[in-house]
Design a protein around this ligand. Structure first.
Ligand code: AN0
Ligand code: CP
Length: 318
């Protein structure tokens, strides 16, 4: 019974999740009647291309109605802290806004990134948890402060489709980026990979260590060449520093870490993956992303599949 979807634990075991993904992909319109007269509300605190379109498409495949709210474009500015005197620029408190939104829909998807100012606040997932607590409706993450489970699920589906050995070697590599990005995609990818029997390796420059709770028993390899050696999948992502005083900071954007043809040549003919949006010639060279090894488009296409599985499981609870 899926009442929330914010982390891998909400959909375990992965074997059944992957079976559902196959069903949905083979027959996307089979459950049109399940969503009839049910409304999905998608709430965005941040920009999106893939999540917005793929989740909407998944809901339409299920026969649902969809409404979308961009908090920063047309909604009242929301106060999220409790106990403040609201004499500033925020017109409404999230503690009224959330239950009101809950009355207009049957399922809610929320995108609320880390603000990278305060690690404890980000890692407490304050906004997602308030939606879970006060909306009265099933809530799923469309990328929270610390995880992006719909992305990780689509990544897993993609690896299962492209793998050439039962237990592939998968590398998560930090890559340079000019602006500070959350750790959510990397954390989440690690969390999902750690639930598989794949060989999972993480590489990044010193100072970009992720929270140990996501790294778990993954092999962390600081030597780039050793990290790439013999892997079947290269999953690139930038993230800002997690540790201590450096939380949320860009320590450097060392282009030695850009995924290029020379590094890809060290692999076992690896496929290249990235969640997108991607900055070319920072994260990955034109050459690699335009090569046949790049599976970023089918990876993005699988976002419809992961979203549809989650919506189907949530519709079953209504
Ligand atoms: C976001 C991030 O890194 O979390 C969203 C990725 C899906 N990326 C950017 O803001 C560029
Ligand atoms: N991968 C992903 O979530 O993309 P968007 O930020 O465009 O939704």
């Amino acid at each position: 019974m899926m009442k929330k979807f914010t982390a891998v634990e909400d959909i375990l075991p992965l074997q059944s999740a992957l079976t559902w993904a196959k069903e949905v992909k083979a027959n996307p319109f089979a459950d049109q009647s399940m969503g009839k007269n049910k409304t999905l509300l998608m709430v965005f605190f941040n920009a999106s291309l893939r999540t917005r379109l793929s989740t909407q498409r998944a809901a339409l495949n299920m026969g649902m109605n969809v409404i979308v709210l961009d908090i920063n474009q047309g909604a009242w500015k929301l106060e999220t802290e409790h106990g403040v005197v609201m004499d500033g620029d925020k017109s409404e408190h999230i503690l009224e806004a959330i239950p009101v939104m809950g009355t207009y829909c049957d399922i809610i998807g929320v995108r609320a990134f880390a603000n990278l100012q305060n690690r404890d606040d980000d890692y407490a997932e304050i906004i997602l948890n308030q939606f879970i607590r006060y909306s009265g409706k099933p809530v799923f993450s469309m990328e929270g402060a610390t995880r992006h489970p719909l992305q990780s699920f689509a990544d897993l589906i993609t690896i299962e489709e492209y793998k050439r050995t039962p237990k592939p070697k998968v590398l998560l590599t930090w890559t340079p980026h000019p602006k500070a990005l959350p750790q959510a995609v990397a954390n989440s990818f690690a969390e999902w990979m750690n639930q598989t029997d794949y060989e999972f390796i993480i590489t990044h420059p010193e100072g970009y260590e992720l929270d140990a709770k996501f790294v778990k028993n993954a092999r962390v390899e600081y030597d780039i060449e050793k990290a790439y050696k013999g892997v079947d999948f290269v999953y690139a992502k930038n993230w800002s520093a997690y540790t201590g005083e450096n939380y949320g900071r860009v320590l450097h954007a060392n282009k030695q870490w850009t995924v290029d043809a020379r590094k890809m040549a060290l692999t076992e003919n690896a496929f290249f993956m990235h969640c997108l949006p991607v900055r070319r010639n920072m994260i990955v060279t034109d050459e690699v992303i335009e090569s046949p090894a790049s599976i970023v488009i089918p990876e993005a296409a699988n976002r419809v599949v992961s979203a549809q599985v989650v919506l189907r499981e949530m519709l079953k609870t209504l």
